[in-house]
Design a protein around this ligand. Structure first.
Ligand code: FES
Ligand code: FES
Length: 168
């Protein structure tokens, strides 16, 4: 059993959306993908399962600010790091600038890819507050079967303008 777990005996501690989360290691192996923990153990189902092989981006979350594909990220890689999921991006009462821009641009169609798109966009704007089209195309490698890419790009520019105005 000791070889199976990289964790110390007892609950593993993760930081998710600003909260310390203790997970019993009977429920989550150190090698379990973060996506499994989020969806199946913690019921944070805003993060979606698409391909399971880091190809589509539906499962994108932020880890220490960077966009990470949770389907291929083991729990042992995110201990002690700040994890943010779509549930931590904003609320209906206090939406993130990206979520406001998403509504303004009416970005989603079926919606399945959109939480991953938003988290990738959040990571981009934190790293590069005023991205060019090329920056967006390079950073947002998420797949959208509905083809919302032009509106995703427009919404990221809109959110960047809104955030820039707040900084002035
Ligand atoms: S489900 Fe993780 S990249 Fe597709
Ligand atoms: S909105 Fe349908 S997959 Fe992107």
């Amino acid at each position: 059993m000791a070889a199976r777990h990289a964790f110390e005996a007892g609950a593993m501690k993760l930081s998710i959306n600003g909260r310390s989360v203790a997970v019993d290691d009977a429920a989550a192996d150190a090698r379990m993908p973060l996506l499994w923990l989020l969806r199946d153990v913690l019921n944070l189902t805003g993060t979606k399962y698409g391909c399971g092989v880091a190809a589509c981006g539906a499962c994108t979350v932020q880890v220490d600010g960077a966009a990470v594909r949770a389907c291929v990220t083991p729990l042992q890689a995110v201990q002690g790091k700040a994890i943010r999921t779509i549930e931590g991006l904003g609320t209906a009462a206090a939406p993130h600038a990206l979520q406001q821009a998403w509504v303004e641009q009416q970005v989603p169609q079926c919606g399945y890819c959109q939480s991953g798109m938003l988290m990738a966009a959040a990571a981009l704007l934190e790293a590069k507050p005023e991205p060019s089209d090329a920056d967006i195309d390079a950073a947002i490698t998420n797949l959208c079967r509905c083809g919302t890419y032009p509106r995703v790009r427009a919404a990221i520019h809109g959110a960047a303008r809104r955030l820039a105005a707040r900084r002035r």
